[in-house]
Design a binder for this molecule. Structure first.
Ligand SMILES: NC(=O)c1ccc[n+]([C@@H]2O[C@H](COP(=O)([O-])OP(=O)(O)OC[C@H]3O[C@@H](n4cnc5c(N)ncnc54)[C@H](OP(=O)(O)O)[C@@H]3O)[C@@H](O)[C@H]2O)c1
Length: 183
């Protein structure tokens, strides 16, 4: 049995970068994933890349109507609310509150905090930001493990947190950042 067999996940911002890597890893681990993003073309490409057990929902996480739409779609298709949402909405303070709120329902809430990650989003930022360019050039001096995080490394941690391997872990913030937040 795969680690996420039978699970359904909503992954926002999954047209590229970290979200796409997490969506791929979740499907490989046995989950069915809904991927969300604002533009149709990257979502279509992502669906092709992932290949199976994936559906795209176009929408903006900043629009409540779009969020409502995606949750309604998941509920209609799969009969439940999603088990994992990879988005900035899952910030640390929310996680603390939700951990306490959801304890009776046995829902675990954890935060995954990536370090500087090698994604299309980062590369776009670098081209117009000299400070960031300098930071990337000197990454080996700043980050204990001395390099950018790869999206697949963040995705492995996401699969772990969503799986039963993390069955007694809730309310934590897991850093996948080469140690930068620890020094
Ligand atoms: N890369 C890093 O170093 C790093 C480090 C720590 C945290 N993060 C955070 O991790 C997240 C992903 O970063 P990334 O580097 O993987 O970025 P990315 O390569 O630019 O991918 C971001 C994805 O999110 C989608 N998206 C953006 N705004 C959205 C919205 N309002 N609603 C729905 N989808 C949206 C984009 O597609 P559309 O434009 O089609 O919507 C795109 O597919 C970001 O929140 C980023 O701040 C990144």
């Amino acid at each position: 049995m795969k680690k996420l067999e039978g699970k359904v996940a909503l992954i926002t911002g999954a047209g590229s970068g970290i979200g796409l890597a997490i969506a791929e890893a979740f499907v490989q681990a046995g989950a069915y994933v809904y991927i969300m993003g604002r533009h149709a073309a990257p979502l279509e490409q992502a669906v092709k890349k992932i290949g199976e057990n994936v559906a795209a929902v176009q929408g903006d996480v900043a629009e409540l109507a779009d969020l409502k739409g995606v949750y309604t779609r998941v509920k209609q298709d799969k009969g439940r609310h999603s088990v994992y949402s990879a988005s900035k909405a899952a910030v640390r303070s929310f996680a603390r509150t939700w951990t306490a709120d959801q304890q009776d329902r046995k829902i675990r809430v954890n935060v995954l905090s990536p370090g500087t990650t090698d994604t299309p989003g980062l590369n776009e930022l670098i081209t117009s930001n000299a400070v960031l360019q300098d930071r990337i050039t000197n990454l080996h001096k700043i980050v204990p493990l001395g390099r950018l995080v790869q999206p697949a490394e963040v995705a492995k941690a996401a699969v772990f947190l969503a799986s039963d391997d993390a069955s007694f872990i809730t309310g934590i913030e897991l850093f996948v950042d080469g140690g930068i937040a620890q020094i």
